[in-house]
Write a new protein. Structure first.
Length: 83
């Protein structure tokens, strides 16, 4: 699956979790735990939006062979010969 499909599936699952948690928190009222649970769901929802908006990694401008081993023949000392 693609990133967009996976994020959409996670968002659907999160909405189902949010609905279930809303039913549970209805029994306990506005407690610290219920507020934290709502904040956690909001945070995960925001994270999924950020992950879904992440641009793909940049392509390499130069092929790896361009860098080779870092030795450039044109940088030798002039007039110097190999033994």
């Amino acid at each position: 699956m693609s990133l967009e499909q996976d994020v959409a599936a996670a968002q659907r699952a999160l909405e189902a979790l949010a609905d279930a948690c809303q039913a549970v928190t209805g029994h306990v009222g506005d407690t610290v735990d219920a507020r934290r649970l709502r904040q956690d769901i909001t945070r995960v929802r925001d994270d999924l939006v950020l992950i879904g908006a992440t641009p793909p990694p940049p392509r390499e401008i130069y092929p790896p062979v361009y860098y080779d081993d870092g030795f450039d023949q044109s940088m030798d000392a002039p007039g110097r010969r190999a033994p």
